[in-house]
Design a protein around this ligand. Sequence first.
Ligand SMILES: NC(=O)C1=CN([C@@H]2O[C@H](COP(=O)(O)OP(=O)(O)OC[C@H]3O[C@@H](n4cnc5c(N)ncnc54)[C@H](O)[C@@H]3O)[C@@H](O)[C@H]2O)C=CC1
Ligand SMILES: O=C(O)CCC(=O)C(=O)O
Length: 434
Amino acid sequence: MAGKTEGIVKSQRVNQESEKDNSLQEFQDILKEAIGVLNYPDQVFDFIKTPMRFLEVSIPVQMDNGETRMFQGYRAQHNDAMGPTKGGIRFHPDVTPEEVKALAGWMSLKCGITDLPYGGAKGGIVCDPRKMSFPEIERLSRGYVRAVSQIVGPTKDIPAPDMYTNSQIMAWMLDEYYHIREFDSPGFITGKPLSLGGSKGRETATSKGVLYTLQTVSDLKKIPIQGMRVIIQGFGNVGSYLAMYLHELGAKVVGIADVLGGLYDPDGLDIPYLLDNRDSFGVVSNRFKDSLSNQELLEKECDVLIPAAISGVVNKQNARRLQCKILIEAANGPTTKEAIKILDEKGILLVPDILANSGGVIVSYFEWCQNNQGYYWTEELVDQRLKEKITVSFLKVYHTSKTFSVNMKVAAYIEGIRKVVEASRLRGWIRFQS
Ligand SMILES: NC(=O)C1=CN([C@@H]2O[C@H](COP(=O)(O)OP(=O)(O)OC[C@H]3O[C@@H](n4cnc5c(N)ncnc54)[C@H](O)[C@@H]3O)[C@@H](O)[C@H]2O)C=CC1
Ligand SMILES: O=C(O)CCC(=O)C(=O)O
């Protein structure tokens, strides 16, 4: 085993589970607070607190042993006033209807903040892809598309990757959709492989977006990225590319974690080595001997803490012990509302998920535009437009937080809600005096 990382780090085989998933309640509580700041009537809260459409499906899948197993799947469409709905599909054993509904609501706000012509959606399947063969995952992916095909489509609801799904799964889903609809539009799904109409830069878009928000914060707070000590929880699509970019820019990535535990080195981890040795599910910590748990890692000293895995990991149990100056939410919903209050008291700046991780959906939008045009952009153009859009969105939210004297979380909700409500009012779906 080579590199600086040898012998220093490791983790217990502790799967750091979040508190019981409370995402929908979290979404609704902050929604209510932001609607109060905007002085909108209570009916606005009732209008957007839950998705306008929610589909639950049972998917029969033939397993490799010949038996049929049933899987539960969901698709939530939060609000389509701004355009077709948009959002990823998550494969995870802990997926619940409430979580999918919250994730769809967050997508609406994310699209509102970033000015995308979409509403929010999200899908999920209760499964553990780490324990399935590729043919089983393919049959499940195709079965999901058959089950939800009535409500999705390039002008209705456009799926994409999320946790434990990737471009190969998008390719199977696209192929299945073609069989069902006989409508050859690659714009049915984004995050596809390049050879099937994917966009350059989508694979790295979410991590690039997080990086650009961090660069803006670094300028505002005068903390240079060079030498910045960063801890990242999650070493999958988002966390691993982010670690690589930060490492290349001279930051010291002192900690990373995956589902099995955390690795820590105050002198900086050997990121290229870890990238070369992680498996296809973003796990690398099992290559090292135990010394540190995933939970302990979050509490280590650093300048910037970036949860990039699951929800609820920063909560009232550990928030007081955090030692970072800035927390950037790359995952969806990693910080509970009680924890956000504690971070406010401690003077820790939180950059919220619906802003920080919006790079993924921004480049998904670019992919959909390219599919609709049939004209494909260079990686430089994608990157330049992503940087521009996410930086403008960041500054808008930052300005709103100052105008209303609220934290960045509430400010981001305010910006998202404004757009969803404006589009809904113009359509005549909701009426009120303001
Ligand atoms: N992929 C994308 O484009 C976007 C992803 N996100 C969010 O970012 C987060 C990560 O997504 P991806 O990187 O795509 O997922 P991924 O499936 O590529 O990687 C997930 C990573 O999290 C780790 N992990 C899983 N459970 C964990 C736990 N209990 N404790 C610590 N680590 C754990 C895994 O070991 C893996 O390293 C999710 O919250 C997702 O919703 C948000 C916007 C877009
Ligand atoms: O790329 C997309 O359309 C959606 C990505 C996503 O699911 C998210 O931002 O949480």
